[in-house]
Ligand binder design. Structure first.
Ligand code: PHE
Ligand code: ZN
Length: 885
């Protein structure tokens, strides 16, 4: 907890460490009521600074110091200083050894940072600054050390003892205890340290690397989960191969381990050789995990594995550089997922997520550049901006440099910085030098926050046969940044003729006719590009593949959007045209609602969707994506002031209109696909995902008809499905339906059937928390009393409280403010238990500027109540105070 005014840490104050730690020897003695940690550190003066011998200042929090020795000599109380956050002492030579013994209490650690217990097992989470809760240390990523770790524990309770690197020795101690020693030959920062002790089972496999080295692969889980590891194991092997083929990166240790834990603040953690995963990010099998969950597991396994190079071998100099590893690694995992599944669908999902959530963050009080200038609590900066926008920035580099140039850049980056802790500038410099380009202006993406607006206008000159596009870029102010300089915005585009053919593109002044899709680089506030040889006015397909994270405005007519939906050669832009058409149709409805008019939907949207449904040759996953209306959250994000009720009513009206008008083709598609599902065993592959995606969105629409034959089909799917994808969809649509009896029966049956599977119960909570029918808050409050719920488990908090506040707009934003009050109460409770989770749950309240006056007052009132509620963690304090500023 915070006791003094929290300190703001600035990038500009960065200083290299005074001392380095060459070797770190740790011994853990694990007991039920305490843990003893002995550390022996080989320290030396960092000579890159100078020859002086300043005091050694080690980080340490919540540690009870039992012994301290310098070069083998015990220090008396006058020979060191101790406060809540650090231990200081004066060395008398430039190289020395320091030994400490501390006592810590993992058994009562509810923050899930440092060493803690998840169920019966011990595990660690050290990123970003958790290692200082384990022992006194230079807990900063630019101090890299070789770790040797011995773990001692009760033999029966903790037969498995793991740490980073390779196992080097083990043995027993008396009758009840045993020990194991691990050595990690690669020097690493403390945030990559990990330890696990528990009664675990493992699945094993092996992988032969590109240079014929054999690597043992192991996934450790609690015994009841042993049948849910295969998908992650297969994903791991595919990731290892892909990183060799696409980035030339080979794995480096003899063993790679993943451990699944139930209580985990984030998705997973890339500790060297010993990744620790939220069980929800690794366990998956047909009966218990949806297709989306399978894809998420594949992506996260890949993400953490890819960190071995982008993060571990080459790490961050300081936490302001977080996007160096996270943005790049998200970009890498997105490339992997695109190659394993449908690339277009993956891109659509990522862009929809970015535009809904990251754009909202970039427009809110916590907006920050992908390389922030300052922070109070680094845990608050594991954001969509650092991750998702960071990935977009890397993607823009690839778009500008081309696939080959980009690969040369990454090769140079890895070769030059292997074993180092570096900065975003170092990454960009490698790209510049490998490609002989100047990226000075491009680097504004690293330093400026906010989502750029790009307004595009066109001009056709029939006489001169030219077609011009003029780009106006601007970027709204964000906290601490009033004025923005122009960005480098890569615009991938094509021009279509009246038949939907792509025109060859030649800019005025160019000699040769180019290809039909190309990338323009917009670098000025206002910039015009003129294409020559245009006999007719073309239709532009702009920002193909979403080539830059901007808000693009172009005055498309609805007929033009329908045309693009059919003819654009870029799959992403076909979807995008459909989304734009849907947004326009929804905006009509919202306006009608405001004027108290009868709602009438634009028939063109229905026509466009019908032709998709009736075309059997289209990719079913694409059809499913295109049938999905923009979410309420996205509609709110793109509104100046979000009218919660109007958005909900308009969208539900549109859904009903689609269901009614397209009942026949939807019913046909549903029945055909369900028939295949019935007769085919579950497979976690792209075509099967596609079939079930279309089947399930069709079912969701069909249920809006409230017809008896649809209800029967839904119940059949719920009862008979052999997989969670179909079963859960059936449950969701039942829960959203007015069929009270069937709903109650299904919920009860499901809860009984899966009572012993916490991850499935999370889904059960989530379905109910997200239900927009009236009474949502009361349902959630009631569910918090359910025996399977506990506020101490982050997955449960996310499934119930998070799903309610983030996905159930009508209920969370109810006019009387009860939703806000509920969330604030939970945040206050969580603040004391788990500050990171508390601070994350806050984010819907930070968006108060988006809403009407009455709601703003209520939301701010709750933020003020949190601020006044007593001792706040630095995590919660930072988010609340910045939101109210
Ligand atoms: N570094 C982890 C990842 O993105 C995320 C993480 C951060 C996990 C902090 C735990 C704590 O792969
Ligand atoms: Zn990561």
């Amino acid at each position: 907890m915070r006791t003094e005014q929290p300190k703001v840490i600035h990038l500009k104050d960065y200083q290299a460490p005074e001392y380095l730690i060459d070797e770190t020897h740790l011994t853990f003695e694990l007991y039920e009521d305490r843990t003893l940690v002995h550390a022996r550190l080989a320290l030396r003066r960092n000579l890159e600074r100078d020859q002086s011998l300043p005091p050694l200042v080690l980080h340490g929090q919540e540690l009870e110091l039992l012994a301290l020795a310098l070069d083998g000599r015990q220090l008396g109380p006058k020979e060191y200083q101790l406060d809540e956050n650090q231990l200081s002492l004066q060395p008398d030579s430039p190289a020395f050894s320091l030994e400490t013994t501390v006592c810590i209490h993992p058994e009562s650690n509810t923050a899930l940072e440092g060493l803690y217990k998840s169920g019966k097992m011990f595990c660690t989470q050290c990123e970003a600054e958790g290692f200082r809760k384990i022992t006194y240390y230079l807990d900063r990523p630019d101090v890299m050390s070789v770790f040797t770790t011995t773990v001692k524990a009760d033999k029966k309770r903790y037969p498995i003892l793991l740490s980073n690197g390779n196992p080097v020795a083990s043995g027993t101690e008396g009758d009840d205890r045993h020990w194991a020693t691990w050595n990690d030959p690669f020097k690493k920062p403390a945030y990559l340290f990990a330890l696990v002790a528990g009664d675990l089972k493992s699945v094993e496999d092996s992988f032969t690397t590109m240079n014929d080295r054999e690597v043992a692969l192991r996934i450790y889980v609690e015994p009841e989960n042993i049948d849910k590891c295969q998908h992650a194991l297969d994903s791991l092997k595919r990731s290892m191969r892909w990183d060799e083929q696409v980035y030339g990166r080979e794995y480096d240790l003899d063993i790679f381990m993943i451990v699944a834990v139930s209580d985990f603040n984030m998705g997973a953690m890339e500790n060297k050789g010993l990744n620790i995963f939220n069980s929800g990010a690794v366990l998956a099998r047909a009966e218990t995990a949806t297709d989306a969950a399978h894809q998420r597991v594949e992506a996260i396994v890949a993400h953490e594995y890819f960190h071995n190079w982008s993060g571990n071998r080459v790490t961050c100099r300081d936490w302001f550089q977080l996007s160096l590893k996270e943005g790049f690694t998200v970009f890498r995992d997105a490339g992997f997922s695109a190659d394993m599944n449908s690339a277009t669908v993956k891109r659509i999902e990522d862009v929809a997520y970015l535009r809904t959530h990251q754009f909202a963050e970039d427009a809110g009080p916590m907006a920050h550049p992908i390389r922030p200038d300052s922070f109070i609590e680094i845990s608050n900066f594991y954001t969509l901006t650092i991750y998702e926008k960071g990935s977009e920035v890397v993607g823009m580099l690839r778009t500008l440099l081309g696939a080959e140039g980009f690969r040369q850049g990454t090769d140079l980056y890895f070769a030059r910085h292997d074993g180092q802790a570096v900065t975003c500038d170092d990454f960009v410099k490698a790209m510049e030098e490998a490609n002989q380009v100047d990226l000075t202006q491009f680097k504004r993406w690293y330093s400026q926050a906010g989502t750029p607006h790009l307004a595009v206008s066109e001009h056709f000159d029939a006489g001169a046969r030219t077609y011009s596009l003029t780009f106006h870029q601007s970027c709204p102010p964000t906290p601490g940044q009033k004025h923005k300089e122009p960005f480098v915005i890569p615009i991938a585009l094509g021009l279509l003729d009246q038949n939907g053919q792509e025109l060859p593109l030649r800019l005025q002044g160019e000699q040769t006719v180019g290809s039909s899709s190309r990338v323009l680089s917009v670098t000025q506030a206002k910039q015009t590009f003129t294409f020559a040889g245009m006999t007719h006015k073309p239709l532009p397909s702009l920002l193909r593949g979403f080539s830059a994270p901007v808000k693009l405005e172009f005055p498309y007519e609805r007929d033009q959007l329908m045309f693009l939906m059919q003819h654009d050669s870029d799959g992403f832009n076909r979807w995008e045209a459909g989304q734009r058409l849907a947004v326009q149709a929804l905006h009509d409805l919202i306006a009608q609602y405001h004027c108290n008019e009868t709602l009438v939907i634009d028939q063109r949207l229905l026509t466009a969707l019908r032709s998709l449904l009736e075309n059997d040759s289209l990719d079913q996953a694409m059809v499913a994506e295109m049938l999905s209306l923009p979410s309420e959250a996205y509609l709110a994000e793109i509104s100046e002031t979000a009218d919660v009720e109007a958005i909900h009513v308009a969208r539900e009206f549109a859904r009903k209109a689609i269901a009614q008008t397209l009942f026949e083709p939807l019913w046909q598609r549903y029945q055909a696909n369900r028939e295949v599902s019935r007769s085919t065993p579950y497979v976690a592959h792209a075509e099967h995902f596609a079939r079930r995606a279309l089947q399930n969105i069709a079912l969701a629409y069909l249920m809006l008809s409230e017809k008896a034959e649809v209800l029967a089909a839904c119940l059949e799917q719920f009862e008979q499905a052999d997989n969670m994808t179909e079963r859960l969809t059936a449950l969701v649509v039942l829960v959203h339906s007015p069929f009270e009896e069937e709903k109650a029966t299904a919920l009860a049956w499901f809860a009984e059937r899966f009572a012993n599977d916490p991850l499935v119960m999370d889904q059960w909570f989530g379905v109910q928390a997200g239900c927009p029918l009236p009474g949502g808050l009361e349902r959630v409050q009631h569910l918090m009393q359910h025996p399977a719920f506990t506020i101490k488990n982050p997955n449960k908090v996310r499934a119930l409280i998070g799903a309610f506040a983030n996905q159930n707009h009508v209920n969370f934003h109810r006019r009387d403010g009860a939703g806000y009050r509920f969330l604030a109460d939970q945040v206050i409770m969580l603040n004391a238990l788990n500050p990171q989770i508390a601070s994350r749950q806050l984010s819907p309240l930070t968006r108060w500027r988006k809403f009407d006056q009455a709601r703003q007052v209520l939301m701010k009132g709750e933020l003020e109540r949190i601020l006044a509620s007593g001792e706040l963690s630095s995590d919660v304090y930072e988010v609340v105070s910045k939101s109210l500023a």
